[in-house]
Design a binder for this molecule. Structure first.
Ligand SMILES: C[S@@+](CC[C@H](N)C(=O)[O-])C[C@H]1O[C@@H](n2cnc3c(N)ncnc32)[C@H](O)[C@@H]1O
Length: 216
């Protein structure tokens, strides 16, 4: 692991706020957005699926409950979030592999996954690590495999409301807007990258992007 990859921004921004993360994002309506992401990902039996920045494991647990016949792996650098994810999976009685690691150095072989999902992780990655993250996702996707990424993003807007302004003031969020993510996806070698939709929410504008790994 290189030196620059060792720091990370935890799920709730500060370590001690982690226990509040799940109830907070539930209140914000993130469950509905994760559900939409999962439905659009068109996961099929036999797929191998990675959730990068899986945090407290809500999405990985949901994937395995909805699609018992897929192999699900969650990756996150934060051991405390992973411990919570493991407890959540145990309570839901589902088997999920949880790995500690960074999105820009994925510990998986080439052409390993059918789907890579990412839910509100990308704005936690330092601007200089975003390209490397997308290159790693492309490397680990099978030809024709898909990345489904949801985060703050879409056309550049002036955030409205206190919470949206507070979140958007973070420097890691600034390069998520405009065509930035699509440009990075194209540079990483994805064959077809596009914004599926964007939404204004009271915590800021969120966008959903899809990109396909080129056929071999
Ligand atoms: C806002 S949380 C989102 C968690 C989860 N995906 C969700 O939808 O609730 C962002 C997560 O990204 C993780 N993270 C931060 N930097 C990362 C990196 N370089 N690679 C992978 N995950 C990272 C954090 O530890 C945190 O759990």
């Amino acid at each position: 692991m290189n030196q620059t990859a060792k720091n990370y921004l935890p799920a709730a921004g500060l370590d001690w706020l982690l226990p509040l993360y799940d109830p907070f994002v539930k209140l914000l309506g993130v469950d509905r957005l994760r559900n939409e992401l999962l439905t659009s990902a068109a996961i099929r039996p036999g797929h191998r699926v990675l959730d990068i920045g899986c945090g407290t494991g809500t999405l990985v647990t949901l994937i395995k409950r909805r699609y018992p016949d897929v192999e699900v792996i969650g990756l996150d650098p934060d051991p405390k979030a992973l411990a919570r994810a493991a407890r959540k999976a145990r309570r839901a009685n589902v088997a999920i592999q949880l790995d500690q690691g960074f999105s820009n150095e994925l510990p998986y072989p080439d052409a390993f996954f059918d789907r890579v999902l990412s839910s509100f992780m990308f704005h936690h990655v330092e601007p200089e690590q975003k390209s490397a993250t997308l290159r790693e996702v492309r490397r680990t996707l099978k030809p024709g495999g898909e990345l489904h990424l949801m985060d703050f993003g879409g056309p550049t807007v002036e955030p409205k409301g206190f919470l949206a302004r507070l979140l958007h003031s973070h420097h890691r969020l600034k390069d998520n807007f405009g065509d930035r993510i699509l440009v990075l996806m194209a540079q990483a070698g994805f064959a077809d990258s596009h914004e599926v939709f964007h939404r204004r929410t009271f915590f800021g504008q969120t966008a959903y992007y899809r990109a396909t790994a080129p056929a071999a």
